[in-house]
Design a protein around this ligand. Structure first.
Ligand SMILES: Cc1cc2nc3c(=O)[nH]c(=O)nc-3n(C[C@H](O)[C@H](O)[C@H](O)COP(=O)(O)OP(=O)(O)OC[C@H]3O[C@@H](n4cnc5c(N)ncnc54)[C@H](O)[C@@H]3O)c2cc1C
Ligand code: SF4
Length: 324
């Protein structure tokens, strides 16, 4: 690791002001960031790390105004065990319980989970050996290289630091994203409130639409109507301490309203809109669940190396629907 300055922020205002300066980066639990610093993956090494965990009042879990409100600094371990989260949004608690390792879950946060950078192995290579488009370089190495874990729904296009359009096929693997997307949560930042579907983005060294100095402060989940059933499932190659290759959240609301959200398949977490439309208002049958699995991958454009993900999505969607 190279030297950097460190600021224990005492308030949101202090953190935001420090983070507006070039070369400053926010840190919550450090589960994602410290690895990136240790491996020196970026073009420029951060000058200042701003510790958010010293800001009081950002780790609450409470029901307020018909919403389950989760502070950005809530630890994943706490989310996985909290009785209110378990009762209102069990699939969010389940996702938190599956994330990373027991030790990491006791130190890493909700906000950090949603803002984590992509795991693309070119992006993460030590010492910026692949200076790819997402870091400000000219090309995406995964497009022509090994893309077995990459997007099956094509690239995201974004503006690079040369002002030109670039494409990235890294997926968003944030564990908590599909559950929060299926529950139509909103993300509160230091500047605005966004539906979670508008929160994720693809940009230079960024996986969100946050502006410099803008911080996630809270995630609010509208209380699901009584009788809502929900499930979260992930597929990973190792049983623990492994990122999900594909993760799926499914909710069935009263009146047979279905919500299905997918992670690990596209540059941003994705609602399976075609599957939801196919199921809307219908009683579930095994045949319908299988068709919903097929519809969940409608429009996919996999590569030869990652086409296996389509079968994973189809199976996980079908199984989780039937399990409910
Ligand atoms: C061995 C290992 C296994 C892992 N397994 C998984 C896994 O299975 N699933 C998974 O999803 N993740 C996994 N992770 C990644 C990571 O640890 C978790 O996603 C964790 O939740 C990140 O939270 P954090 O608080 O540590 O974030 P940090 O590392 O502190 O921050 C991550 C990013 O978010 C930004 N950030 C943090 N908080 C905020 C905020 N409030 N507002 C704006 N920006 C913010 C930081 O600037 C940074 O860019 C793993 C990591 C390791 C090292
Ligand atoms: S997929 Fe994205 S992060 Fe990976 S090499 Fe291509 S541009 Fe970089």
């Amino acid at each position: 690791m190279r030297p950097f300055n460190h600021l224990n922020a005492a308030s949101l205002e202090e953190a935001s002001a420090a983070l507006r300066e070039p070369g400053a980066v926010a840190m919550a639990g450090g589960g994602d960031l410290l690895g990136a610093l240790k491996d020196d993956i970026a073009r420029e090494y951060p000058r200042l790390v701003v510790n958010l965990k010293t800001i009081p009042g950002l780790d609450g879990i409470e029901i307020r105004d018909g919403k389950l409100c989760l502070g950005a600094l809530c630890l994943l371990g706490d989310l996985s065990r909290n009785e209110t989260v378990r009762a209102v949004a069990p699939m969010v608690a389940d996702a938190a319980a599956k994330c990373a390792s027991p030790a990491l879950r006791e130190n890493t946060t909700l906000g950090g989970n949603l803002c984590q950078l992509p795991r693309c192995w070119y992006f993460r290579k030590l010492l910026n050996r692949f200076d790819c488009a997402r870091k400000g370089g000219e090309r995406c190495f995964a497009m022509t290289g090994d893309n077995r874990y990459h997007s099956v729904f094509g690239p995201a296009v974004f503006e690079g630091c040369d002002g030109k359009k670039h494409a990235c096929i890294a997926v968003n693997q944030a564990e908590l994203a599909p559950g929060l997307l299926a529950l139509e949560a909103e993300v509160v930042t230091s500047a605005r409130t966004l539906p979670i579907g508008e929160f994720f983005g693809v940009g230079l060294m960024s996986a969100t639409v946050l502006e410099p100095g803008e911080l996630v402060t809270e995630v609010r989940i509208p209380l699901p109507p009584a009788g809502t059933r929900m499930a979260y499932k992930r597929f990973s190659f190792r049983k623990s301490i492994d990122f999900p290759v594909v993760n799926v959240a499914v909710a069935i609301l009263p009146g047979n309203e279905y919500r299905i959200a997918l992670g690990g398949v596209a540059p941003i977490p994705r609602r399976a809109a075609a599957a939801e439309a196919l199921l809307a208002g219908k009683e579930l049958t095994p045949e319908l669940a299988a068709k919903a699995g097929e519809a969940a991958v409608e429009g996919a454009k996999p590569t030869e190396a990652n086409a296996y993900k389509l079968q994973l999505v189809k199976t996980l969607v079908k199984r989780e629907l039937l399990a409910l």
